[in-house]
Structure formats: structure tokens, C-alpha cells
Write a protein that binds this ligand. Structure first.
Ligand code: SAM
Length: 388
């Protein structure tokens, strides 16, 4: 891929400009802005590492959100599904369950590459970019989720923090650099992710971060009462059965100190899923399968598990409006490409595109539909606190 490399310096300059332009640290505390680049290693430039400055600087992105709604009529939505049907075996996809092996193959092969494409080669994390005043192709939006964690972590004065489903370590390393006095652990079920996270985390400024291959439902790499906070960004949606969720929360409760917190930022099935029209429901089911999830848990499902296991729900924040622009920009490209469905199918056959690569296009084509009007999916933050 030659052209992205050619444009990268230009994008980088524009990105620096945007982050500097949006910072309020300069005005309030006389500090310089914080700019993050994650590959090949995570590094932070600028002089300010204090939590307050970074939270304020990046937290600005979380406020002042404009409602963004796809203006897709039901007819156009039906048209998308018809076009997808020319490329994919839709009944086959919806009726075939996915398993952990499929999911690991998906993350092992194409996912990292495709997230980078979606994030205009700027995105270091394997998660959605959230709305920021900077243009969507700037990397700042990927820092919104760890910044939200940082705000809560600082408020609760957490000193031992675990990230579940950390992938290649972006959120953990972001936080580890900014909070040198906090001990961070990151786990993921995919060994290759952990190898990359370890490579990215080499260096003195990440000495407080360690990574281990471990399943969220076992958390067997840790002793009891090891953490003050366990957080996950777009990872717990993969716990798609009551058993897996129950196992995770039971283990999390054991590994947390008294009053410890579980914080999740993720996509959820909407509570009004059953009332959505059949095309919207189908779009969501296709999106779930495309992400190798059988059925995304809803917030209510998590609430119920939490109450059963002696957690209180202490915060519930809706971020759907912030995530929709990211998925909408992908959907626009996919919607255009779907006009040439038969050509696309031919290209896929010629290039022998793998199942996960095909799944990623399906995810891009359907996820914005699912978030639209929150009728089948929502994006948000849920914070659970273990009872003292
Ligand atoms: C969408 S990625 C999010 C990655 C990361 N949190 C970030 O924001 O960049 C989801 C991650 O969850 C991991 N994952 C899925 N199921 C898991 C499990 N049972 N235990 C640990 N990690 C899991 C996947 O391997 C993947 O790396």
C-alpha cells in the first residue's frame, strides 16, 4: 500500500494541528498539549503528563456532542440488505453460531488492518473512534474511551488497574504513561495481541504496565483482591452467553478489592430491539455475526447479572450519538460500493478474500443501521461497583 504512506506526513501534521488547536491546557495551566501515536510504539509528546490536564484536554472531546442520525429511509435500508444478499449467504450467516475459535481467527488475521483503514491509518486502538471536534480522520477520537477511564480512575484514586480484552495495549499504555504511580495489567485471549502489546510497552515510561494472555471468564492469572478497577473497551460484548458473563463478573468480583469497580465502554443490544422493524433487526444480527458475536448483551442483561452478584450500577451513560459518525462514514463507503454488488463479489472471489475480511465489510455496511435511532443497538458506558 503506497499511497497511505505518502499521505501520512500530511495527516500527521494536520493531526498535531487539530490536537493543539483543541487543547485547553495551554490556556488554563500553561502546559503543552498531549499527542499520542501508537505505532510502532506508543509515545506521548508534550510536557504535560498530569491527569487533570490530560483529562481536560481530551475530555473536551466527550462534551458538546451533536446528534447525528443517518438519513436512511426504510426503503434504502431494505435495498442495502438486498444488495448484501447478492454477496453473502444471509440466512446461512444468521443461522450459524460463531465460536471462540472463529473470533480468535478474526482478530488474528484482518481486524487490526481493517480498523486502521477505518481510522484512516491513524487509529492505534481496535475500537470505534468517538466524536471529537477534530475531523474524523484524526487520531484524537480513539483516545476518548481511555480518557473516560482516566477521569473515573483519578476520581476513585485507583492504584491497581486491569484492562480486559486489551488487544495490542493501546488503552493500557495510554493510561500507564499518564499515571506512572498506578500498576496496570492488560489481558487478552489472543496471544498475538499480547506479544504486540509487550513490544509496544517496552521502555521506561511503560514500566508500570504488564500484559498476559488470559481469558476474561477465568482471570486465573491473578490472585484475589488484586485490583481497584477492572475496565474493558469493546471487549465484553464478546461475552455472548449468560454463562460467560456470569463467570466474568464472579471472577471480577473476587479479583477486586472491597468497593472495587468494573467499567465497560461498549456496544449493547438496545432494550427496544424486539420493537424494531425486520430489516433493522436483521442489520443488527448481521453486525453481531460480523463481529463474531452470537448476541450482544444489552445493558439490562448486565444490570441483572450485576445485581445477582452483589454489584451496584453506579453510572450509565449513553454514547450512541458520539459513535455514530464513525460508523456512518464507513457505511457511506459501503453503501456506495454495494451499488456494484456483483463486481464486488467477483473481486472477492478473485482475491480469495478470507471469511474475516468479508465479515469486516459486512460490519461496516450494517453497524450504522444498528445504531441509528438506537432501535437495535446502543453504545455506552456502564460502571458497576462491588458492594463493600
Ligand atoms: C474490539 S477489540 C478491543 C480491543 C481494545 N480494548 C481496544 O480498545 O483497542 C476486542 C478484544 O477483546 C478480546 N477478547 C474477546 N473475548 C475475550 C475473552 N474472553 N477474554 C479476553 N479477551 C477477549 C479480543 O481478542 C480483542 O482483542
Amino acid at each position: 500500500m503506497r499511497w497511505p504512506r505518502l499521505y501520512l506526513p500530511v495527516l500527521l501534521l494536520a493531526d498535531l494541528h487539530c490536537v493543539v488547536h483543541n487543547t485547553c491546557c495551554e490556556h488554563h495551566h500553561g502546559h503543552r498539549s498531549v499527542v499520542l501515536h501508537a505505532r510502532p510504539t506508543v509515545s506521548v509528546t508534550g510536557t504535560c503528563r498530569c491527569n487533570m490536564c490530560v483529562s481536560t484536554c481530551l475530555g473536551v472531546f466527550c462534551s458538546n456532542v451533536q446528534e447525528c442520525a443517518l438519513t436512511v429511509s426504510p426503503a434504502r435500508q431494505a435495498q442495502d440488505i438486498t444488495q448484501l444478499g447478492k454477496i453473502y449467504d444471509i440466512p446461512g450467516i444468521t443461522s450459524t453460531p460463531v465460536n471462540d475459535t472463529d473470533m480468535q481467527e478474526y482478530y488474528n488475521t484482518t481486524t487490526e488492518r481493517d480498523y486502521r483503514v477505518l481510522q484512516f491509518f491513524k487509529g492505534p486502538g481496535l475500537h470505534s473512534t468517538l466524536y471529537s471536534p477534530a475531523p474524523m480522520w484524526c487520531s484524537a477520537g480513539t483516545s476518548v474511551q481511555p480518557t473516560m477511564v482516566l477521569e473515573r480512575m483519578s476520581r476513585l484514586q485507583c492504584k491497581r488497574v486491569l484492562e480486559v480484552g486489551c488487544a495490542q495495549g493501546f488503552c493500557t499504555l495510554f493510561l500507564a504513561h499518564l499515571c506512572p504511580d498506578v500498576a496496570f495489567r492488560g489481558i487478552d485471549i489472543v496471544p498475538r495481541h499480547i506479544e504486540i502489546a509487550k513490544q509496544c510497552g517496552q521502555g521506561e515510561s511503560f514500566a508500570n504496565a504488564q500484559f498476559t494472555t488470559c481469558d476474561a471468564t477465568a482471570l486465573d492469572a491473578f490472585e484475589d483482591e488484586t485490583f481497584d478497577l477492572i475496565f474493558a473497551v469493546e471487549a465484553l460484548c464478546h461475552l455472548d452467553t449468560p454463562q460467560k458473563r456470569n463467570d466474568f463478573l464472579t471472577r471480577a468480583s473476587q479479583r477486586l478489592s472491597k468497593g472495587g469497580t468494573v467499567l465497560m465502554i461498549d456496544g449493547f443490544r438496545s432494550p427496544v430491539f424486539a420493537e424494531a422493524n425486520p430489516e433493522q433487526q436483521l442489520a443488527m444480527q448481521l453486525a453481531e455475526k460480523a463481529f463474531y458475536i452470537n448476541e450482544m448483551p444489552s445493558k439490562n442483561t448486565w444490570r441483572q447479572h450485576a445485581l445477582d452478584l452483589d454489584f451496584d450500577v453506579v453510572e450509565d451513560m449513553d454514547l450512541t450519538a458520539q459513535v455514530l459518525p464513525f460508523w456512518e462514514q464507513g457505511w457511506r463507503v459501503a453503501h456506495f460500493a454495494l451499488n456494484f454488488a456483483y463486481i464486488l463479489k467477483y473481486v472477492c472471489m478473485c482475491f480469495r478474500l478470507t471469511k474475516p475480511a468479508m465479515a469486516n465489510f459486512l460490519a461496516v455496511a450494517t453497524t450504522a443501521h444498528a445504531f441509528q435511532d438506537r432501535c437495535t443497538a446502543e453504545y455506552g458506558l456502564l460502571m458497576l461497583q462491588k458492594k463493600k
